[in-house]
Design a protein around this ligand. Structure first.
Ligand SMILES: NC(=O)c1ccc[n+]([C@@H]2O[C@H](COP(=O)([O-])OP(=O)(O)OC[C@H]3O[C@@H](n4cnc5c(N)ncnc54)[C@H](O)[C@@H]3O)[C@@H](O)[C@H]2O)c1
Length: 344
């Protein structure tokens, strides 16, 4: 039976769920004890596959009514996230929520509000913040090695075509949402982490590949967003899910004392050779494969924060709400042909 402190119930048993289950079970305090899926699943088969004792539920309501479950992990289709997260909050379960939190700002706010009202904590799967590439980059910034940033580009290039499992639902506006909502949000979120300032306004333009691989998409699959920060800095985020190229999470940060380009840097403070980049040894964000994502580091931070009764660092509901406010403003700007949108 249960030996760890937190029992976790998974809602939605797809590709992301498989990586989540391994990451949760590898944490110090938590284990997966329940799975809800719209498909009939067998408890014994699930338990044998993932280890431990896992009960299969046929309805979300039944899973949420289980008093032995402390945390739910929502990895369902994006259009289901809001109703499931609000129901989980009302059932007093803490929540791990895959991105996008939801595909409208109203729904994202409902989720954050429901969690606050019911005293439950949230973790949004912006796990890139916990990657070796981004934690090391952030440490360089925090130590002032490139000074204060005035310009930053963080871009997401990853073709989500017919060869990709999510394609079947990602092509629809209802679940895919936009180039930013479906995947580019990771890059925009990382950009916001790098520049410690509120956002003043955003301007975005969108486009779409002429390749027939992307014709079925109901929305523009490339978007480029310019962000004006209140401290005067400018950021740029390209979200490109209709390319034919290797996965690329491009990071170019320009500061008063140097620059960081992916896994390379130059720093006037360190007097490195400006004629050549200096190389950092990092594990790069270079794959869309969920088995390669730093979920374990992120979930460990979430459970550690739960132990202390605190919001988790970096990817709490409130912190991630800020990213989604910028994303929805960007999508609004793109829908209006690039009219700037001010943030409240
Ligand atoms: N943070 C990340 O980097 C990352 C990576 C992958 C997915 N995700 C997110 O995770 C969520 C789920 O994505 P996914 O890749 O696991 O999608 P998926 O298509 O594998 O699963 C999505 C949903 O469909 C259900 N499903 C899958 N196959 C089914 C079938 N044959 N019959 C009925 N239902 C079925 C799953 O249970 C799940 O609820 C999405 O919100 C997605 O954006 C995030």
């Amino acid at each position: 039976m249960s030996t760890k402190k937190y029992n976790v119930g998974i809602i939605g048993y797809g590709w992301a769920a498989t990586a989540h289950i391994d990451a949760i079970n590898a944490s110090k305090q938590a284990q997966v004890t329940a799975v809800y899926s719209s498909r009939p699943l067998d408890s014994a088969t699930l338990s044998a596959k993932h280890g431990g004792k896992i009960k299969a539920y046929m309805t979300v309501e039944a899973l949420l009514a289980d008093p032995d479950i402390h945390v739910v992990d929502i990895t369902s289709y994006p259009s289901q996230h809001c109703a499931q997260a609000v129901a989980a909050a009302k059932a007093k379960k803490h929540i791990i929520l895959e991105k996008p939190m939801a595909n409208s700002l109203t729904e994202v706010r409902q989720i954050v509000e429901a969690a606050a009202q019911n005293g439950v904590k949230g973790c949004v799967c912006f796990e890139c913040r916990f990657s070796n590439q981004m934690t090391a980059t952030k440490a360089l910034l925090d130590q002032g090695l490139v000074g204060e940033l005035h310009y930053a580009e963080v871009d997401y290039y990853h073709g989500i075509g017919p060869w990709y499992g999510q394609y079947r639902w990602n092509i629809g506006k209802k679940d895919g949402g936009s180039a930013l909502l479906t995947a580019g949000c990771h890059a925009l979120d990382a950009l916001l982490m790098c520049i410690p300032s509120e956002v003043e306004s955003v301007t975005s333009l969108s486009s779409k590949s002429k390749s027939t691989d992307f014709t079925p998409y109901e929305y523009d699959t490339t978007a480029v967003t310019i962000i004006k920060f209140k401290n005067g800095a400018v950021g740029k985020c390209a979200a490109v899910v209709d390319c034919h190229q290797p996965y690329y999470f491009h990071t170019h940060l320009i500061g008063s004392h140097g620059s960081i380009l992916d896994n390379k840097f130059h720093s006037t403070k360190l007097q490195t050779n400006k004629a050549h980049w200096s190389k950092l040894s990092l594990k790069m964000l270079d794959s869309g494969d969920v088995s390669d994502h730093p979920y374990q580091e992120q979930f460990q931070a979430f459970f550690d924060a739960l132990d202390k009764g605190q919001d988790m660092p970096l990817t709490s509901f409130r912190e991630s709400l800020r990213t989604f406010e910028v994303i929805f403003a960007a999508d609004q700007s793109a829908a209006n042909g690039g009219q700037p949108v001010k943030l409240a």
